[in-house]
Design a protein around this ligand. Structure first.
Ligand SMILES: Nc1nc(=O)c2c([nH]1)NC[C@@H]1CN(c3ccc(C(=O)N[C@@H](CCC(=O)O)C(=O)O)cc3)C=[N+]21
Length: 282
C-alpha cells in the first residue's frame, strides 16, 4: 500500500481563495479585517513564520500590522502593546508569536489579549469554550487538522485517535477537538512507557513532539491515517516532520507531508478566525 497524500497546501489555497471573496464583500461594507502580529526578538524561525502569515493576509486582502519588539522587551511593555491593540477598532485579531523571551510570562500575555480578538484560541476563556463545545475561536493548528481530515473524507466518530505530544498549542487541544468529533482519544507523551504499543492501536495518529522522524512504519497500524505536525531539520538541514515519511508511506492509508501538510492549514485557520472576528465587530 502507498498512502494517499493529504495535501494541506492545496486545501489551504482553495480555502484562502474563498476567503478573499468574503474579505472583498466585507471591505465593500467598510469592514477591512485587521490582524496585529507581535514578534519579540530575532528568532529566525519565528521571523519566517511571521512573514509567511503576513504574506497570506496581504493576498487575502486582510490588513496586517507587525510590531517587531526587541529581545529585551519587558512584560509590562508587551502588555501595553496588547492593551492598545485591544482598544484599536481597526484590529480584529491579535497574535503574539510564541515562544517569548524568558523574562516574559507567556500565560500573562495570553490572558491579556481580549477574548474577542484571540484569533490563536489560546486564551483560557477560548480553551474553556472549546472544551464545552461552545462557539469560540479554535486554535489554528488543531482546527486545521480537523478540516484536513474532513476534506479527506476521514471518518472521526468512533475511531481511536492517538495524540503523541501534550503541548498547550497542539497536542492537548487537538485531542479535545477529536473528542468533540466523537473519537476515542489517547494521549501519549515523553513519560509514556512503550509508546509504540499505543501508537500501533491508532486509527488516526497525530504526532506533535518535535523529534525528527520519530515515527517509523513499525509504529503505525496498516491503514491508519497519520498527521505529522513536526517541523524539524534533518541531518542535511532539510525540513522534515516527526514522522519518517518514506517509511510510513508504505503502511498508512493517508499521510500529511512536511512541508505542505498541516502548516499551511494553520495559517488558513488564522485568517478564517480573523475574518470571523471582523464580522462580529461591534
Ligand atoms: N502565537 C502563535 N501562533 C502560532 O500559530 C504559532 C506560534 N505562535 N509560534 C510558532 C508556531 C509554528 N507555526 C507554523 C505555522 C505555519 C507553518 C507553515 O506554513 N509551514 C510550511 C513550511 C514553511 C517552511 O518552508 O519553512 C509548511 O508546513 O508547508 C509552520 C509553522 C505557527 N505557530
Amino acid at each position: 500500500m502507498t498512502a494517499e497524500l493529504m495535501n494541506g497546501k492545496e486545501l489551504a489555497a482553495s480555502k484562502q481563495a474563498e476567503m478573499k471573496e468574503r474579505v472583498q464583500a466585507l471591505t465593500e461594507q467598510g469592514i477591512v479585517p485587521g490582524l496585529a502580529v507581535i514578534l519579540v526578538g530575532d528568532n529566525q524561525a519565528s521571523q519566517t513564520y511571521v512573514r509567511s502569515k503576513q504574506r497570506s493576509c496581504e493576498k487575502a486582502g486582510i490588513h496586517s500590522e507587525l510590531r517587531h519588539l526587541s529581545e529585551e522587551t519587558t512584560e509590562e511593555e508587551l502588555l501595553n502593546h496588547i492593551r492598545e491593540l485591544n482598544e484599536d477598532p481597526t484590529i480584529d485579531g491579535i497574535l503574539v508569536q510564541l515562544p517569548l523571551p524568558k523574562q516574559i510570562s507567556e500565560q500573562a500575555v495570553i490572558e491579556a489579549i481580549s477574548p474577542a480578538k484571540d484569533v490563536d484560541g489560546f486564551h483560557p476563556i477560548s480553551i474553556g469554550k472549546m472544551m464545552t463545545g461552545e462557539k469560540t475561536f479554535l486554535p489554528c493548528t488543531p482546527h486545521g487538522i480537523i478540516e484536513l481530515l474532513k476534506a479527506s473524507n476521514v471518518d472521526i466518530a468512533g475511531k481511536h485517535a492517538v495524540v503523541v505530544g501534550r503541548s498547550n498549542i497542539v497536542g492537548k487541544p487537538v485531542g479535545q477537538l477529536l473528542l468533540n468529533e466523537h473519537a476515542t482519544v489517547t494521549y501519549c507523551h515523553s513519560r509514556t512507557p512503550d509508546l509504540n504499543a499505543i501508537t500501533k492501536q491508532a486509527d488516526i495518529l497525530v504526532v506533535a513532539v518535535g523529534i525528527a522522524k520519530l515515527i517509523k512504519k513499525e509504529d503505525v497500524k496498516p491503514g491508519a491515517v497519520v498527521i505529522d505536525v513536526g517541523m524539524n531539520r534533518d541531518e542535511n538541514g532539510k525540513l522534515c516532520g516527526d514522522v519518517d515519511f518514506a517509511d510510513v508511506e508504505e503502511v498508512a492509508s493517508h499521510l500529511t507531508p512536511v512541508p505542505g501538510g498541516v502548516g499551511p492549514m494553520t495559517i488558513t485557520m488564522l485568517l478564517e478566525n480573523t475574518i470571523e472576528s471582523a464580522i462580529n465587530r461591534s
